[in-house]
Each structure stands twice: as structure tokens, then as C-alpha cells.
Design a protein. Structure first.
Length: 209
């Protein structure tokens, strides 16, 4: 039986996933948490085979914290289960060490299949993501520019789009404010804009945030 922990902000997600897998022959939901601060305790006290986690989980400030969890608990596989834009966050999630990315609009049957494959050691991405990546590969250089953004740059861009100041982002990500300024400058350069308003608008146009 594959032991799964669901880490999500919303009770309806916990209820829906747990109800679906209630009588599943291969998968058991053994833990539900609503804040990242609870995760380590769960992983230390239960044997979790697969962790379903939303990148917008309360207390999770950076995808680099996902990398930290994987390093600390290498036997646990991670699937990002999120509403965030697939073509940006799926590749970045895989790069960070996650074994898969499933969008919350996917059928629960697809989620079940993903959990089983990931438990078997496979790296999976939704078919839609693969199609998007194929389309991106055919786009011109200007359209593909956002694919060059690093995980950290995407995170900083998300916080800037939420209206947060450099010092606030620095506090959240536990980085120096000067470092955030550097990331901001890189974002302006990579997205070929000259100010914050245009940066945020460009990010929204490209569905990065």
C-alpha cells in the first residue's frame, strides 16, 4: 500500500482526495496537513511514500524548501499538486527534485495513476504540460524568453506581482535585500522591460504569475 500525505490549504481538497482513495487497492491517505510547518513532524513520525504538496501551501515560501525536504527525507517522493501555471511551474518543480506535477483540474484517476508511477520511481508530467513544452520549443526566441527564468527568479517575480517590496521578499525568502534587487534587475533584463509595472504586466501576459 502506498502511503500518501496531502499538504494543502483547503479542507475541500483534503476531503475530496481522501474520499476518492478511501477504498483504493494500492493507495492510502495516511496524513493531511494544512501548513508547511507541520510537514517535518509528519515525515519523522510516519513513513510517507508520496507527498502531494501545493506550492502555495501556507508556510511554504520557496520551492527550495521542497529541495530541502527531499534531501532530508530521500525515500519520500514528491508530487506538486497545484493550480499554478503548468508550463512554468512543472519544469521548475521537476528541476527542484519533485517527481511530478499534477494540475488540480486533472481527474482524480489521473492523480492515482501519477502516484503509482512516482512510487515506482518514474518522473511524470501531465500530457498537457508535455504538449505545452513542445509548443514552447517551436516558439521564437522572444516568446521563449521566460523559459530562461530560474526557480528563484520566478519566485521573486511572483512576490513582486503580489505587490511586495524588496525588503519584504528578502524577509520571506531569507535572502539579503541586495540579492533581491539583483534578481529584480535580471528579471527586467530577461523580460526586456524597464520598470516594475511593465515587468508584472509582461509576466501576466506570459502566464508566469
Amino acid at each position: 500500500m502506498i502511503a500518501v500525505c496531502v499538504a494543502d490549504n483547503f479542507p475541500v481538497v483534503h476531503f475530496g482526495v481522501k474520499s476518492y482513495f478511501k477504498d483504493h487497492s494500492d493507495i492510502s491517505i495516511v496524513a493531511n496537513i494544512g501548513n508547511f510547518s507541520m510537514l517535518r513532524e509528519i515525515l519523522q513520525t510516519k513513513e510517507i511514500d508520496v507527498l502531494l504538496i501545493d506550492l502555495e501551501l501556507d508556510g511554504l515560501t520557496s520551492i527550495f524548501e521542497v529541495k530541502s525536504i527531499l534531501k532530508e527525507f530521500p525515500k519520500t517522493k514528491i508530487i506538486i499538486y497545484s493550480n499554478l501555471t503548468e508550463q512554468i511551474y512543472a519544469p521548475n518543480s521537476i528541476k527542484a527534485g519533485a517527481s511530478g506535477f499534477i494540475h488540480k483540474t486533472a481527474k482524480l484517476g489521473d492523480l492515482a495513476e501519477a502516484i503509482i508511477k512516482v512510487h515506482q520511481g518514474k518522473i511524470i508530467m501531465d500530457d498537457t504540460i508535455k504538449k505545452n513544452l513542445d509548443l514552447i520549443a517551436k516558439q521564437n526566441k522572444n516568446e521563449r524568453v521566460y523559459r530562461k527564468l530560474s526557480n528563484r527568479e520566478v519566485e521573486v517575480l511572483r512576490y513582486l506581482s503580489d505587490g511586495k517590496k524588496n525588503h519584504e521578499i528578502a524577509d520571506i525568502l531569507k535572502l539579503n535585500e541586495k540579492t533581491i534587487s539583483t534578481y529584480k534587475l535580471r528579471l527586467l533584463t530577461k523580460l526586456n522591460v524597464t520598470n516594475l509595472v511593465d515587468l508584472v504586466n509582461k509576466a501576466k501576459t506570459l502566464a508566469i504569475v
